[in-house]
Ligand binder design. Structure first.
Ligand SMILES: *[C@@H]1O[C@H](CO)[C@@H](O)[C@H](O)[C@H]1NC(C)=O
Ligand SMILES: *[C@@H]1O[C@H](CO)[C@@H](O)[C@H](O)[C@H]1NC(C)=O
Ligand SMILES: *[C@@H]1O[C@H](CO)[C@@H](O)[C@H](O)[C@H]1NC(C)=O
Ligand SMILES: *[C@@H]1O[C@H](CO)[C@@H](O)[C@H](O)[C@H]1NC(C)=O
Ligand SMILES: *[C@@H]1O[C@H](CO)[C@@H](O)[C@H](O)[C@H]1NC(C)=O
Ligand SMILES: *[C@@H]1O[C@H](CO)[C@@H](O)[C@H](O)[C@H]1NC(C)=O
Length: 567
């Protein structure tokens, strides 16, 4: 009977079509700018910044450049860092430790070791929800552990053996990344056998200059790495150190920093886990134009492109869709439903500190802030996926150095924005922004019944079954039930690296939900994750879980091989 009803609803085109009626809620101020925003425990968000005039102070009176944002009290607690975390990259690794790498040279020589560009910072894991000193291992910058080379704006990616791959970057603050400034190479933490202190040069990253900072990268179900930067993309094989070029993004659209578009690996579903990558926004400006010839009024791109990374998908190439608005510096937040929220950014201009021709006027490289988000409905047919209906507008400009992240409560934390190299208060066109907002789906705003997770495993082993206790409100039982295993990512500069959603196989009998963990390390690289239960488009709060044995990297594959069409 239920199948008949859902079939009828599906035929009528209504089953997947929930009314969208979201709402912004204003919270307190963050005290530091969350240039990097990472969900680290059920109640804590880690925010990394630089220490140039932040109002939040450490107990010793110094300005803080990092803080833990408590989602229950809506207050920041300053945390200290030895090396400068500004514009770093990172990921959780297989033992649950968050690793943040690279950053800027330290301007305060009283806090050695001076060079944040080689910094490797280990944080956590947080075993209790209450925060620093009460469950999170204190922030460490181990004195003898550092990168092989100096990097700013690199990508950090957790790979199938649970360690960190560090991709690209520059050795100095630059708009365009050229032969002198670029660190067009790859290294690993921990380093691979025989590679300590060395890097692997990447011809792809060289070809992607001068628009190749924070290369957007994802682990594919084959265990290989997809990378897109500037208007080119490739698949990288870690084991053989080979690069295979893929089709270029159509129409000259470029998406890495300083032409920041955003990218997501769309949800992976059993049994084939076919990977599709979505890239949205950025700019189609000619990257040979000198920086002083670019302007804050140059239109951003309204293009979204997606490609399925199978032989057939690559033969079809990138499929283009148009957003209702042009966007640069836009964040993409993968939601437990599998949809993607596109939010923040500007309609015109570029990333980076004031450097384009007329940027002195407002102290910003971008202009015309985008106030209203868009929802990319992944499962809808092409041409109907992107909607702004029911998505509210904020009145806060959130452009360079803003961020947006999914919280364990299932809403979206939206924070930051600072086009300037230091804190600039009002009055100015785009002041440094400390106000935090939450974007709440209608079921949170109206306190409607949601699926509730009563108990969940704290650890799941690859390809093994586990049980959870859940309540799904009867009103939602008619719709489709999904179980989403997610990494919420390491968010910075429109880049959500490690963001990932794997739909789990499951059976629900009464309140007992039996789930099957991902088949192997390639589908979900071993490390921390969040489980959400989604019923008829309404998601529960997330439950934190360790995927895999939780050991230090590198981990051997702990699961079973599957036949996958993934390249
Ligand atoms: C802001 O923080 C204060 C504590 O400093 C707290 O009492 C208040 O509820 C918070 N406001 C909001 C909107 O969460
Ligand atoms: C490379 O970039 C740096 C920093 O932006 C700049 O000083 C230098 O002149 C550039 N070099 C070339 C060859 O363009
Ligand atoms: C990609 O960019 C290069 C130069 O930067 C350009 O020559 C090429 O035509 C672009 N590709 C596409 C598909 O637009
Ligand atoms: C600067 O831009 C203008 C128009 O956009 C163009 O005509 C001119 O050739 C550009 N100059 C350089 C040096 O790129
Ligand atoms: C400066 O900002 C104002 C307000 O957003 C805008 O109207 C103006 O065009 C901007 N000027 C430039 C050069 O970006
Ligand atoms: C996690 O692994 C890293 C890399 O091996 C190691 O440096 C770190 O100490 C480990 N963390 C914990 C909590 O064991």
């Amino acid at each position: 009977m239920r199948n008949v009803i859902s079939l009828l609803l599906a035929v009528a085109g209504v089953s997947a079509q929930r009314t969208i009626q979201w709402q912004f809620v204003q919270s307190n101020t963050s005290g530091v700018i969350p240039v990097e925003l990472i969900t680290i425990s059920p109640t804590l968000m880690l925010m990394y910044d630089r220490a140039d005039g932040n109002p939040l102070l450490l107990p010793n009176g110094e300005t803080a450049w990092a803080a833990l944002w408590n989602l229950e009290t809506n207050t920041p607690t300053p945390i200290s860092s030895i090396t400068d975390t500004f514009c770093a990259g990172g990921a959780f690794i297989s033992n649950g430790t968050l690793v943040s790498v690279a950053g800027q040279p330290l301007e305060d020589p009283t806090r050695p070791p001076a060079d944040g560009r080689m910094g490797i910072r280990l944080f956590g894991p947080c075993t209790s929800p209450t925060g620093q000193g009460q469950g999170c291992t204190v922030f460490e910058d181990p004195p003898n552990i550092h990168l092989a080379v100096t990097r700013w704006y690199p990508t950090g990616l957790r790979i199938p053996d649970g360690s960190l791959m560090i991709i690209g970057g520059s050795n100095t603050n630059t708009f365009y990344n050229n032969d002198t400034t670029a660190e067009s190479s790859i290294e690993f933490f921990p380093s691979r056998p025989g590679e300590a202190g060395t890097v692997r040069l990447s011809p792809f990253l060289v070809a992607a200059q001068p628009v190749n900072l924070f290369p957007r990268s994802f682990v594919l179900p084959s265990g290989k790495i997809f990378v897109v930067a500037n208007n080119i993309s490739m698949i990288y094989d870690i084991e053989t150190n080979t690069e295979t070029r893929l089709p270029e993004i159509p129409n000259g659209v470029r998406i890495a920093n300083p032409f920041d578009g955003t990218a997501q690996l769309l949800p992976l579903s059993p049994p084939l886990y076919e990977p599709t990558v979505l890239v949205c926004g950025g700019s189609d400006a000619d990257d040979r134009r000198p920086v002083t010839n670019l302007t804050t009024q140059d239109p951003a791109s309204n293009q979204c492109s997606r490609i399925t990374l199978t032989a057939a998908g690559v033969a079809r190439g990138w499929q283009v869709e148009r957003m209702p608005e042009q966007r640069i510096l836009m964040e993409s937040v993968l939601l437990p439903t599998g949809d993607v929220l596109l939010i923040n950014g500007a309609h015109t201009g570029y990333s980076g500190y004031p450097s384009v021709g007329n940027s002195n006027v407002n102290g910003s490289n971008s202009n015309n802030p985008a106030f209203r988000g868009m929802l990319y409905r992944t499962a809808f047919p092409a041409g109907q996926r992107i909607t702004q209906e029911g998505i509210p507008a904020s009145n806060i400009a959130r452009m360079y150095h803003s961020s947006a992240a999914l919280t364990p409560q299932g809403n979206i934390m939206v924070a930051g924005s600072n086009p300037h190299p230091a804190v600039v208060p009002p009055p100015t066109a785009f002041p440094t922004e400390f106000r935090v907002e939450y974007l709440n789906p209608d079921f949170i705003t109206n306190n409607l019944p949601r699926p509730v997770i009563h108990s969940a495993p704290t650890q799941i082993l690859f390809n093994q079954k586990a049980t959870m206790t859940v309540t799904v409100p009867p009103s939602l039982l008619l719709g489709q039930i999904k179980v989403s295993l997610m990494d919420m990512g390491y968010i910075t500069h429109a880049q959500h690296s490690n963001s990932r959603l794997v739909f789990l196989e499951h059976t629900l009998v009464g309140n007992k939900l039996t789930i099957t963990a991902p088949p192997n390390n390639n589908i979900y690289p071993p490390g921390p994750a969040w489980i959400f239960v989604v019923a008829d488009g309404v998601h529960s709060e997330g439950a934190m879980v360790m995927v895999g044995d939780g050991g230090n990297p590198p981990r051997l594959d702990q699961g079973v091989k599957i036949s996958s069409t993934s390249l």
